[in-house]
Design a protein around this ligand. Structure first.
Ligand SMILES: Nc1ncnc2c1ncn2[C@@H]1O[C@H](COP(=O)(O)OP(=O)(O)OP(=O)(O)O)[C@@H](O)[C@H]1O
Length: 358
């Protein structure tokens, strides 16, 4: 790897480096590369499309692009999936008084509010087709017309977009306009998932701890043991940094001022409500399976479940239960799970299970 990928100092001032490091925590090669790209593209007026899995930091990357852009105006963010389709148009483009029922005064839209700054359209893949056409017109003419208005208002903003959808696929099936796709997809920034940069986890936790110490006082902050950190680095993190933040928040509430060991860490990583309680477990040959109703409810309430992490959590729970039942004797516990002793030891090592005595 050449050095210009791992250093951003040529493109940024030391002060910018510091602000970027503070905003976008992580020095893994993947993050260092991303920061280099951000520093390079930020001053350009070209549209940027930020890609990456949920919770990985697409909005933080957008903040970094805006911060280093030198643009004096504000960063204005709109989540196209969070605003009902019939309200999105006036939210984006504004309206004049009386433009529609309920429009009791004139209101500039978000596009106008981003004047001189950056407009961040999150989840642009969810934008209805009629609005896609209107946005394309604004991008091409650099002018916006409020709903019910006649005047064309000149706008100067830098566009950043993000989506969890595969936009080229959306274009292929006709849900996203191809001309808009090419208009907004000029520079791509790809944010890696947390499990592709697990070496950043200690720094991310440190940043969360530092903020928490200021809010709650130094004595209240949890401490993460080496075993806990090892488990975190082996976890798949389907919710990425957002999921890590949830784990941290749970740790701060449940273990204030305490050291978090491997067992606590495992518990913190479990999605609440994932396992049926003992009383809910069906008896008989299927007794090792979690309760189906509980699983259905959990899937309804959660945006997604990472099957591999979930199954791994069950594996850990079963191995620990077998070890407890067999008073820590690995050979007997292995027999009760119909595993070879050596396989059991390998699994225990991989899953950082340490409660065996023999
Ligand atoms: N590199 C990072 N450094 C510090 N905090 C981060 C980093 N990446 C993400 N975060 C934090 O993780 C959380 C999720 O980040 P963000 O909202 O930017 O993700 P996203 O990719 O935009 O998510 P979504 O796809 O759901 O919109 C936020 O609290 C954010 O501050």
């Amino acid at each position: 790897m050449s050095t210009h990928w791992t250093s951003i100092s040529a493109a940024t001032t030391p002060d910018q480096d510091l602000r970027l490091a503070h905003l976008l925590v992580g020095e893994s090669p993947a993050m260092a590369r991303l920061k280099t790209m951000i520093a390079r593209v930020a001053p350009s007026p070209l549209p940027v499309m930020v890609q990456g899995p949920t919770g990985a930091g697409k909005e933080v990357v957008t903040q970094a692009v805006h911060m280093l852009s030198g643009r004096p105006g504000p960063l204005v963010a709109v989540n196209c999936a969070a605003i009902p389709a019939d309200l999105l148009e006036s939210e984006l483009f504004g309206h004049e008084k009386g433009a529609f029922t309920g429009a009791t005064d004139r209101r500039p839209g978000r596009v106008e509010q981003a004047q001189g700054g950056t407009l961040f359209l999150d989840e642009i893949g969810d934008m209805p087709p009629a609005l896609q056409a209107k946005l394309l017109r604004v991008l091409e003419t650099r002018r916006v017309q409020r709903l019910g208005g006649r005047e064309e208002i000149e706008v100067d903003f830098r566009l950043v977009t993000a989506t969890h959808r595969d936009l080229s696929q959306e274009v292929a099936v006709g849900r996203f306009r191809q001309d808009l796709f090419y208009r907004i997809n000029v520079i791509g920034l790809s944010v890696p998932g947390l499990s592709d940069r697990s070496e950043d986890i200690p720094a991310l936790l440190d940043a969360m701890l530092a903020r928490y110490r200021v809010e709650a006082g130094p004595g209240m902050a949890p401490r993460f043991s080496t075993a806990a950190l090892r488990l975190f680095s082996a976890h798949v993190w389907p919710g990425n940094v957002r999921e890590l933040r949830n784990v941290f928040d749970r740790a701060a509430v449940l273990f204030p001022g305490e050291e978090i060991g491997a067992d606590d860490a495992r518990m913190l990583m479990m999605v609440p409500g994932l396992m049926a309680t003992d009383a809910e477990m069906p008896q008989g040959p299927r007794s090792a399976l979690p309760d189906a109703d509980g699983l259905r409810k959990m899937l309804e309430g959660a945006p997604s479940l990472h099957l591999r992490s979930y199954l791994q959590d069950i594996e850990v729970a079963l191995i620990e239960a077998a070890l407890d039942l067999n008073k820590g004797c690995v050979a007997q516990a292995a027999r009760s799970l119909r595993l070879k002793r050596t396989t059991m030891i390998e699994k225990m090592k991989k899953l950082s299970i340490t409660r065996a005595i023999a």
